[in-house]
Structure formats: structure tokens, C-alpha cells
Design a protein around this ligand. Sequence first.
Ligand SMILES: *[C@@H]1O[C@H](CO)[C@@H](O)[C@H](O)[C@H]1NC(C)=O
Ligand SMILES: *[C@@H]1O[C@H](CO)[C@@H](O)[C@H](O)[C@H]1NC(C)=O
Length: 253
Amino acid sequence: MDARFTCLVFLLFTVVNSKSNNLEITSLHVQSDIRYRFATTLVTSTVANSDNKSVEAKFDVTLPDAAFITEFVMEIDGKLYPGEINEKEKAKKKYETAKKKGQTAGIVSQKPRHTNRFSVDVNIAAESTVTFNLTYQELLERVYGEYEHIIYIDPGQIVEDFKIDVAIHESRDITKVSVPPIRNDILSDSSIDEGKNALVTINRPTTKSAMIHYAPTTDDQKQQSDQGISGLFVIEYDVERKFDGGEVLVRLI
Ligand SMILES: *[C@@H]1O[C@H](CO)[C@@H](O)[C@H](O)[C@H]1NC(C)=O
Ligand SMILES: *[C@@H]1O[C@H](CO)[C@@H](O)[C@H](O)[C@H]1NC(C)=O
């Protein structure tokens, strides 16, 4: 029996991306709840249009193949609008073309293969705000020697109110939890010790749970770039595998 039982939570998401000068992302909250191999992630973001005319905003959303969106809701001036997310073939083609040419076509080139790409178009009226909630879920897959929960961050600007909270609940003891510095390359070898993200706090309420909190201030974000933080926020964890067996074998057969 392969002793390297590996469980992977791979969640990838371009949270909100708007390069328009008139649009300010005033808040961006990512909340993940991982329970026994099933991850539910809620992204809540508020975008303000400070201009005196309406602005067409486009947000890119990237999810791994296995993830599915369970809810997408927009709130504009107190009214709720269930959102429609349409995959944009055009964006996909552009990406494929850039990939073939080996170009680094901005954001697009950073996206790994095997992801779902979506585009969300929103018309934001003059001097108003839009809040949207996107919930997606993914069943865990087992790949390398640990679970890896990845959240892709690329707001394209400094965000005043920015935080990521991840709660992990497992049936077995969690033997290891760590968060390396923001990664820029999806293909980096996670077996290399990359050190720690100094801005992350990890609490362990019980041996079977972990709470990860990350809330970079605007100054912290500026230190990475004028466009704020961009890259992969990765949580690596592992569970007690000494008595592992049945559950895992069933899935391998
Ligand atoms: C919007 O603001 C610009 C400059 O601040 C001004 O020239 C324009 O007339 C304004 N438009 C409206 C519809 O208020
Ligand atoms: C969106 O999510 C937030 C929590 O982040 C919640 O307080 C709010 O009620 C949700 N809004 C909608 C419309 O679902």
C-alpha cells in the first residue's frame, strides 16, 4: 500500500479583476470551509463606481475543472440579482493562442491548464456599489503528500478591506498546516520548503481542526506591488495517516 496517501484540495479563483480606474474594490473576503474532503468557498466582494456615469465592469473568475458554482448573487442598491455566469469561449481561445505562442499575455498566461474560466459582466450605475457573493464547492482529490488548498488572488488593485479565512475540519488529527508566501507559479514544487507567509495566523482549536487567517493591510499589499497582491494563496496540510486504509482504498479501486 502506498504510504504517501495524499489529499488535495485544489481551489483556484481569480477573485475580482477590474482594471478600470473608476472602479474601486472596497472589500474582498474569501471564506473557505473544508470539511472531510469537501471544500465550500464563499467570495464576497464590494465594488464601488465613484464615477458620475455608469461603468461596464468585467470580472474574471477561474475555477478548477472539478469545482462547481453553487451560488452567485449580486446585490445592487439593496436589490438582489441572481447572477448568470457565462463561460467566454473568446477568453479561452485567447488564452490558448497565447499559450501556444508561449507569450506571457498578462493575467491569462498565469492561469494553469484544466481550469474553468468565466467572465462576469456587470453594469454598475453612477455612484453606486455592487456586492457579489460567489459560492463554489469542490470534492477533494488526492494527489501529492498533502492537501493543498489554493486560492488565486488578483484584484488588480490595493483593497482596503481584504481578508481570507479558511477553516479546516477533518475526521483525523491534522498533523501539519502551513501557508507559504504568496506563490506566483502554479507549477512550483510544493515539496520545497518555501518558508512561511508572515502575515498569516494559524489557530488550532482542536487537533482535528485549524483556522487560517490572512488580512494584509493596504501597506502590506503595496509592498508587493502598486496593483496589490497577485498570486496563489496556498494552504498545505496533512492528516494522521497511521491507521489510514479502508476509506482511501475504496476510492482507489
Ligand atoms: C461628470 O463629471 C465630469 C467631470 O467631473 C463633468 O465634466 C460631467 O459633466 C459630469 N457628467 C454628469 C452627467 O454629471
Ligand atoms: C453575502 O455573504 C455575506 C457574508 O460574506 C453575507 O453576510 C450576505 O448576507 C450575503 N449576501 C447575499 C445576498 O447572499
